[in-house]
Design a protein around this ligand. Structure first.
Ligand code: NAP
Length: 244
């Protein structure tokens, strides 16, 4: 039986590094993305270069009908020959603004992708995991959701919501061998942070540098493995020692 892992927002940045880490663990990878087909294809090429199989799955995590249509239909097919063991809810965006200036779109789009995205995708997949009595769900949250960062009330609220959901869901599904954890990165070098100057933030970070996507993927890989079997409902910070 082929073992699958789905990574939302697998086309770039942290999601790509997670796809490659899970591929190295032998999973057939479902690379989800929203709009950037070139980057999604590049991730798939890198997976295949490791001698592992994968496929691209395009849907917007915030749109329930689209998730149901694409992922829901996929789950209905070839049920007998595959098992989806790992889900990484990684898709996310940042639209920073001071709350007093924040537009409806800046608030709603960030919330919808993080919170509705978690719900739309996880609800479909957790059923299968409960039946199989094994699963690993890992939610990529943020330092911002633990500490709160000015200019990010939307983003902080969305990540804090997913942290709450992580803790609640872990208690619903623990008895059936499904673990649910979150990873909270600090500043990681990706497209999302390319407007931030590492030099301006170095003094705040005990390790005096931004992190690499692989450093997040290494923690996700461990949580996705059988070795994390008695760890659930936790938020693991990967932030170079920033106080959170
Ligand atoms: P990134 O480089 O901007 O990549 C974002 C990924 O999310 C892309 O693959 C993008 O797909 C996908 N995506 C965005 N909206 C989507 C949607 N509606 N449906 C499906 N996929 C969607 O960001 P990143 O830095 O790797 O961030 C990954 C995760 O880590 C996010 O949840 C982010 O909040 C979190 N995080 C990042 C940092 C950091 O410092 N970088 C720190 C803390 C937490 P397309 O390529 O199609 O656009």
């Amino acid at each position: 039986m082929t073992k699958y892992a789905l990574v939302t927002g697998g086309s770039r940045g942290i999601g790509r590094a997670i796809c490659l880490e899970l591929a190295a663990m032998g999973y057939h990878i479902l690379v989800n993305y929203q709009s950037n087909a070139d980057e999604a294809n590049k991730t798939l090429e890198l997976i295949k270069a490791k001698g592992v199989s994968g496929e691209i799955m395009k849907f917007d995590v915030s749109k329930q009908a689209e998730v149901d249509d694409v992922l829901g239909k996929w789950l209905e097919t070839s049920k007998e020959s595959r098992v989806l063991e790992v889900l990484v809810n990684n898709a996310g965006i940042r639209k920073d603004n001071l709350l007093m200036w924040m537009s409806n779109n800046e608030w709603n789009s960030v919330m919808d992708i993080a919170v509705d995205g978690f719900f739309n995708v996880t609800r479909l997949i957790v059923k299968d995991m409960l039946v199989k009595k094994y699963g690993r769900i890992i939610n990529v949250v943020s330092l911002s959701g633990l500490k709160g960062l000015p200019g990010q009330t939307n983003y902080s609220a969305s990540k804090a919501a997913v942290i709450g959901a992580t803790k609640a869901l872990s208690q619903e599904v623990g008895r059936r061998g499904v673990t649910v954890n979150a990873v909270a990165p600090g500043f990681i070098k990706t497209d999302m942070t390319h407007d931030l100057n590492e030099k301006d933030f170095k003094a705040l970070i005990p390790m005096a540098r931004f992190g690499e996507p692989q450093e997040v993927a290494d923690v996700v890989g461990w949580l996705a493995s059988a070795k994390s079997s008695y760890v659930t409902g936790q938020v693991i910070s990967v932030n170079g020692g920033l106080y959170s």
